[in-house]
Write a protein that binds this ligand. Structure first.
Ligand code: SF4
Ligand code: SF4
Length: 375
C-alpha cells in the first residue's frame, strides 16, 4: 500500500505567475533522476474539440503556458498534443482553444496524437490502440480539466488519458463499449497500460464545469488547481470535492486498487481535508446504477420502462452536422434544412454527440421518473 499525496492550490483566476508558482511547487515533489535523464516532454492537454477557453471544456492555455515554461527553462524539448474527438480539423481545434498562439510564442512542437502512429496493447483481453507519442517522450505530463461527465459522472486525470487513443478509433471504442460498465473497463485497461509512463498529472479547476459536462455544462469558478503523481489519488480527491462518492465514478475504485491505494491514506493539505465546492450541480450526471439497487427485482422491468434519458437536439442547433458524424452507431439522421434527429431505438447513450456539439445544442431529455430521481 502506498500513501500518495495530492497538491492543491486555491487560484481564483488565470494569472500566469500564480499558476507558474503552483506548477513549480507541485513538480518539486518529483524525483530528480526521472526529470534529468529524459530530454523530451509530452504535455497531454484536454483538447476535446473546438471550444474557446471561457467555455471551460478544454485545459486553459495559461495552465499549459506555465507547464511549458517550467520545462523549457530546464532545457527540455516540449511537445504539446492531444487527439481531439469528432470531425473538426486539428488546426481549427488548436486555434479555437488558443493553443496555436502558444506554439507561436514558444519553441514547442504541436503534435496531433491521431497521426503519429500507434501501438496496440492488451490488458485483460481488452485491446487498445495508443499513440506512439507515449513512447517517444520520456516525461509525460497529463494536463486535465475539472468537469462533470454525462457518461462517467466525473472527468479528471484518468479520463484525460483517453485522448491517447488516436482520432476516430475513440468512436469505435464507444460503439463497442456502449454501457457504463464496459466503457469503465476500457478506461481501467487504458490506465493499467499507461500509468507507468505518466510522470505527473494536473487538473485545471480554476474554472471548471458542473451540470451536464463534459461540454454542455456550466463553467464554474471552482478556483482550484490540483496535481499529483498518482492519477487515482488525484481523481479521488477532485471527485469528492465536487460531491461524488467513490462509487459514483465507475472506474475509481478499481484504479485505486490497481495502485494499492486506500482512499483514507491519500494526503492533502490540511486546509482541504473536508473541502467541498459550494453548490456544485452534479445531479444530472450522478450515476443511475445506484438507483436500480433499491428497486425490488420484480419491479425492475417496469422501472426501466419509466426511467429513461436520451440526447435530444434542441432549437439552439446551428445545423453544423458535427453530432451526425460523431455518432458511432449512426443513430442521428439529418434531412436537409432540418435539425438532426436522434433515433432512440438505435442510440446507445454514449453521449458522444452531447460531448462534441460545439454549440451546446443537445439536451439530455429525461422521463418524469428520471427527473424525480435525479432532481
Ligand atoms: S446539435 Fe450541435 S453538433 Fe448537431 S448539428 Fe446542431 S449544432 Fe451541430
Ligand atoms: S445519438 Fe448520441 S448518445 Fe446516442 S449513440 Fe449517437 S452519439 Fe451516442
Amino acid at each position: 500500500m502506498i500513501n500518495p499525496s495530492v497538491q492543491i492550490r486555491k487560484i481564483e483566476s488565470y494569472d500566469l505567475s500564480a499558476v507558474e508558482e503552483a506548477v513549480q511547487s507541485f513538480l518539486s515533489q518529483l524525483k530528480g533522476a526521472k526529470l534529468s535523464r529524459n530530454k523530451r516532454v509530452l504535455i497531454k492537454t484536454n483538447a476535446l474539440g473546438a471550444f474557446a477557453p471561457q467555455r471551460a471544456v478544454t485545459t486553459h492555455p495559461i495552465v499549459l503556458e506555465a507547464i511549458i515554461r517550467y520545462f523549457l527553462e530546464r532545457g527540455k524539448e516540449v511537445w504539446l498534443g492531444d487527439s481531439p474527438g469528432g470531425t473538426v480539423s486539428f488546426n481549427t481545434v488548436w486555434q479555437t482553444c488558443e493553443y496555436a498562439e502558444l506554439a507561436e510564442r514558444y519553441p514547442i512542437k504541436v503534435v496531433n496524437l491521431s497521426t503519429l502512429g500507434f501501438r496496440e496493447l492488451s490488458y485483460r483481453g481488452i485491446k487498445l490502440k495508443l499513440s506512439e507519442a507515449l513512447w517517444q517522450c520520456g516525461i509525460v505530463i497529463n494536463a486535465a480539466k475539472y468537469k462533470t461527465h454525462s457518461l462517467m459522472a466525473f472527468t479528471g486525470a484518468l479520463k484525460n488519458l483517453y485522448g491517447l487513443v488516436p482520432g476516430m478509433v475513440k468512436s469505435e471504442y464507444h460503439r463497442d463499449n456502449p454501457d457504463t460498465k464496459s466503457f469503465s473497463d476500457l478506461l481501467i485497461a487504458l490506465f493499467a497500460l499507461t500509468r507507468h509512463r505518466v510522470t505527473y498529472s494536473f487538473i485545471d479547476g480554476i474554472v471548471g464545469m458542473d451540470g451536464a459536462g463534459p461540454s454542455s455544462g456550466n463553467p464554474r469558478p471552482f478556483g482550484l488547481f490540483l496535481g499529483s503523481t498518482s492519477i487515482p489519488a488525484l481523481d479521488t480527491v477532485a471527485a469528492r470535492m465536487l460531491g461524488f462518492g467513490i462509487s459514483d465514478v465507475p472506474y475509481l475504485s478499481e484504479a485505486l486498487h490497481l495502485e494499492g491505494i486506500l482512499p483514507s491514506r491519500i494526503k492533502v493539505p490540511t486546509s482541504f481535508t473536508h473541502y467541498r465546492i459550494p453548490q456544485a450541480d452534479i445531479s444530472v450526471v450522478k450515476l443511475r446504477k445506484e438507483t436500480l439497487k433499491y428497486v425490488p427485482s420484480v419491479l425492475r422491468y417496469a422501472f426501466k420502462k419509466l426511467y429513461f434519458y436520451h440526447p435530444q437536439v434542441s432549437e439552439r442547433c446551428l445545423r453544423c452536422g458535427i453530432c451526425v458524424k460523431s455518432c458511432p452507431v449512426k443513430a442521428i439522421t439529418w434531412a436537409e434544412k432540418e435539425r438532426p434527429f436522434v433515433n432512440r431505438e438505435q442510440c446507445i447513450k454514449c453521449m458522444c454527440c452531447h460531448e462534441m456539439c460545439p454549440h451546446n445544442a443537445i439536451d439530455i431529455h429525461k422521463s418524469l421518473l428520471a427527473k424525480a430521481v435525479l432532481r
